[in-house]
Design a protein around this ligand. Structure first.
Ligand SMILES: C[S@@+](CC[C@H](N)C(=O)[O-])C[C@H]1O[C@@H](n2cnc3c(N)ncnc32)[C@H](O)[C@@H]1O
Length: 431
C-alpha cells in the first residue's frame, strides 16, 4: 500500500534515529510513481524543517505521552500538511487515519483522528500554547538556538528563520559553455521562471528536477548555491597556477575553479565514493580535457599524496557542521549534537595546519565553511593567524547586496536580499 504520509513518517523516524534524510528516502520512498516520490520527499523535508514546532503541537494534542515514536512522526507529518500543505483538511485527516494502522497498531487510528480533529477546532490556542517553548517557536534544537543567539546577538532570530525557509534551486552558469544571462534567457524561453543572481548564478523558482532543465546534458550549468559561488573567485587563481582543492567532493568548487582559469588542479578528498561524483561533474561540465588530478587522501596527511611541489593556491572547503545550509538539509539540525561542533573545529585545525606548509611563498589559502557558528569560522581564522605568523589575513569585500558581516555570509530568509545559504570565508597570503 502506498500511503505517502506513512512513508514520510518512516523517513522522519529514520532521521530521528540517526540516518540522513537522503538515505532514509532512498530506502523508504516508492521508487516507481515519480509523483508519489516527490510528494513523500516534500512531506519529509517539510516535516523536518518544522519538526520542533510540529512535535510540540503533537505532544500537546496527545492525551497521554506518545509511547510509539512512529505515531508521533505520523502526527507531525499530518500537522505539517494541515499547516503548510495544499490538500483539503478532511483528506489529510482521512489519509493520516489510514496511515496510522500502517505505522502503528490499529487502535492508533482513533487517536490520530481525535488529535487532528481537535487541532482543526482549536488550532490557534494549541499553537499559542506549544510556542511557549523555544524549540517549538524556532524549530531548532535547544543547544543550536543558544549557540546562534550567543554568536549573533543581533541576528539570531533571522538566522534561525532562514534555516526554516524553503531554498530556491540555484544554478551556476558554466562560463566555458554559456553565460548567466544567456542561461536565464534559455530557461525563460522554455517557460521556466529564472532570474540572475551574482556573477554567474541563476535562480529557478519553483525548484524542479535539474536533469529536466535545458542545457543539463551539455553541461551549461552546475547546481550551486549563490553563497557557494563566491568561493572559487576568492581563490583568485590565474592561468598556469597550481591549485589544491583540498576537500573537493562532489566537485562544485573544483569545476568552478576550472571554469575561471587554465590552472592545474589537484582535487583531493578522503571519501572515495564522493570522489566519483567529482569525476562525473568534471565530465558533465566538459572539463575532462583540463589538468585536473582527482586524488584520494587525507588533507591532514600530505606525506601520503603530495609530490613536494608547492601550491600557488589552496582552497580548504572544510568539513563542518553545515549549520549554514540547514534550509537545504533540514535533517542536519536534528542529527547534529553540540559535541559535533568541537569535533569539526578540531578536524579543521588539523587540516589547516597540515596544509599551510604546502602553500608557496606569496601564495594564498582560502578557508571556507558552510556554517554560521563562530567557533568554526571567525574564531578558527583568528586562531590560525595566531599560530602562523607568516599567514597574513586579507580583507574580503563582497558586493553590497550580499548580506555579510566580515567573512560571514548570513543565510537569507525567504524572499530577502541576495538569496544565499550561510557561508564563511577567510583568505591568508603567505609572507
Ligand atoms: C563541504 S564538503 C566539500 C564540498 C565541495 N568542496 C564542493 O564544493 O562540492 C567537505 C568534504 O571534505 C571531505 N573531507 C573531510 N575530511 C577530510 C580530510 N581530512 N581530508 C580530505 N577530505 C576530507 C569530505 O569527504 C567532504 O567531501
Amino acid at each position: 500500500v502506498h500511503n505517502e504520509q506513512a512513508l514520510a513518517a518512516r523517513a522522519v523516524l529514520d532521521v530521528l534515529r540517526g540516518t540522513t534524510l537522503a538515505d532514509a528516502l532512498g530506502s523508504s520512498a516508492p521508487s516507481d510513481p515519480r509523483q508519489g516520490r516527490a510528494f513523500v520527499q516534500e512531506l519529509a523535508y517539510g516535516t523536518l524543517r518544522h519538526f520542533g514546532t510540529l512535535r510540540a503541537i503533537a505532544r500537546d494534542l496527545a492525551a497521554r505521552p506518545f509511547t510509539d515514536p512512529a505515531l508521533e512522526a505520523l502526527v507531525a507529518v499530518a500537522l505539517y500538511q494541515l499547516d503548510h500543505g495544499r490538500s483539503p483538511a478532511f483528506a489529510v485527516v482521512d489519509r493520516a487515519v489510514d496511515a496510522a494502522s500502517l505505522v502503528a497498531r490499529p487502535a492508533a487510528k482513533r487517536m490520530v483522528n481525535a488529535m487532528l480533529r481537535r487541532y482543526l477546532r482549536e488550532r490557534d490556542a494549541v499553537r499559542a500554547h506549544a510556542m511557549r517553548d523555544p524549540v517549538a517557536r524556532y524549530s531548532h534544537p535547544r543547544w543550536w538556538i543558544d549557540r546562534v543567539r550567543r554568536d549573533w546577538p543581533d541576528r539570531w532570530q533571522r538566522i534561525l528563520a532562514a534555516g526554516n525557509s524553503r531554498p530556491p534551486l540555484t544554478l551556476r552558469a558554466n562560463v566555458r559553455v554559456t553565460e548567466r544571462d544567456a542561461l536565464v534567457a534559455r530557461l525563460t524561453a522554455d517557460g521556466i521562471a529564472a532570474s540572475a543572481i551574482g556573477a554567474t548564478g541563476v535562480i529557478v523558482e519553483p525548484p524542479r528536477p535539474v536533469t529536466s532543465l535545458p542545457g543539463f546534458a551539455e553541461g551549461a550549468f552546475a547546481v550551486q548555491d549563490a553563497g557557494a559561488q563566491l568561493a572559487a573567485p576568492l581563490v583568485d587563481a590565474g592561468d598556469g597556477m597550481r591549485v589544491l582543492d583540498a576537500c573537493a567532493a562532489p566537485g562544485g568548487k573544483t569545476t568552478h575553479l576550472a571554469e575561471l582559469a587554465d590552472c592545474a588542479i589537484v582535487a583531493l578528498d578522503r571519501d572515495v565514493a564522493r570522489l566519483s561524483r567529482v569525476r562525473d561533474n568534471v565530465e558533465r561540465l566538459r572539463h575532462s580535457g583540463r589538468d585536473i588530478a582527482i586524488v584520494v587522501g587525507d588533507a591532514a596527511d600530505p606525506d601520503a599524496w603530495w609530490d613536494r611541489r608547492a601550491f600557488d593556491r589552496i582552497l580548504v572547503d572544510a568539513p563542518c557542521t553545515a549549520s549554514g545550509i540547514v534550509r537545504r538539509r533540514p535533517d542536519a539540525k536534528w542529527l547534529r549534537r553540540l559535541a559535533d561542533v568541537e569535533t569539526a573545529v578540531a578536524e579543521q585545525v588539523r587540516i589547516l595546519d597540515s596544509l599551510w606548509p604546502l602553500v608557496a611563498r606569496g601564495g594564498k589559502l582560502v578557508y571556507a565553511t558552510c556554517s554560521v557558528f563562530v567557533a568554526e569560522n571567525e574564531a578558527q581564522a583568528e586562531a590560525f593567524a595566531g599560530r602562523h605568523h607568516d599567514a597574513l589575513r586579507e580583507t574580503l569585500t563582497f558586493a553590497p547586496e550580499i548580506d555579510a558581516i566580515g567573512g560571514q555570509l548570513l543565510p537569507s530568509a525567504e524572499g530577502g536580499g541576495q538569496n544565499q545559504d550561510g557561508f564563511f570565508y577567510a583568505r591568508f597570503r603567505k609572507a
